[in-house]
Design a protein. Structure first.
Length: 276
């Protein structure tokens, strides 16, 4: 996993972020871990991210956290209070907090947390998954809040009743969602980050951006550490806003195995990235 993580510690992640900044690429930090079973552990996660936000002013990095990492499985109210703490820390650091999305069992609860949080804090966003049928209506529901959305394809195994299962369908829905949201970005009604390594899809989405006379700096892309770094640098040089999502922590093994178990196609994706 060394190819996909700079190391276990925040210090290693920060060093990677500093290197990326020199290339014009920003950083998005995430501490691996989810589904915690003790609120004391959730509090330690919050304290960790508070320190991260305070110590990463040099790179103006953003952070992304999973609700189950903050205690959603144990106490939803406690999870919300933990998110509020992190939103305040992000405000104080002039940074940004992303609420990550997990499996479909958490979608509604995660969106409820985000809506409540967004009513109090402007610098928070939420990840949405393009493979879910419901996402188009979720976008419509969020738009009145002038949201920030990080659009991913989706990595969890979901049933055909609630999710698109073929790559073609997911790509088509991803592009359709971009087409509906990019004009809202141009009108400053929302922030949109395209979190995908599919550069052909990014190029198609940018055509919609061009059609709405969008400035390149407002067209945002995010990719994982260790994947298509050359493309990240190229996009940044061309004037787009690019962030590298840097994961770290000692929970990588369980995270990696779970991703492979949830969706075997992930294994082939990782294998392709290891080829020259």
């Amino acid at each position: 996993m060394k190819r996909f993580m700079p190391g276990d510690t925040f210090e290693s992640a920060l060093k990677a972020a500093i290197d990326f900044k020199a290339k014009g690429v920003g950083a998005l930090f995430t501490l691996l871990g989810e589904n915690i079973t003790d609120l004391a552990d959730a509090n330690r996660v919050v304290e960790h991210y508070e320190n991260v936000l305070a110590e990463s002013a040099e790179v103006r990095a953003e952070v992304s956290v999973k609700p189950t990492q903050l205690g959603l499985d144990i106490d939803p109210e406690a999870a919300y209070e933990n998110l509020r703490r992190l939103a305040r820390a992000a405000d104080n650091a002039r940074s940004f907090l992303w609420v990550d999305m997990e499996g479909s069992a958490y979608t509604e609860r995660t969106l409820d947390l985000y809506k409540a949080l967004r009513s109090e804090h402007p610098h928070v966003g939420v990840a949405l998954q393009a493979y879910l049928h419901r996402t188009v209506s979720d976008v419509a529901t969020l738009l009145p809040l002038k949201p920030a959305i990080r659009l991913v394809k989706g990595a969890y195994a979901e049933s055909p009743e609630i999710a698109f299962t073929s790559k073609r369908e997911v790509d088509e829905n991803y592009l359709a969602l971009c087409a509906s949201m990019l004009p809202e970005v141009r009108r400053h009604n929302m922030r949109l980050v395209l979190a995908t390594h599919d550069t052909a899809l990014i190029a198609k989405a940018w055509r919609f951006g061009q059609a709405s006379s969008m400035d390149r700096s407002h067209f945002e892309v995010a990719m994982l550490y260790g994947i298509r770094t050359d493309e990240q640098v190229r996009l940044a040089r061309e004037g787009f806003t690019v962030k590298d999502l840097i994961a770290y922590g000692d929970a990588w093994y369980a995270w990696y195995l779970r991703r492979l178990a949830e969706r075997p196609a992930n294994m082939w994706f990782v294998a392709r990235q290891l080829l020259p």
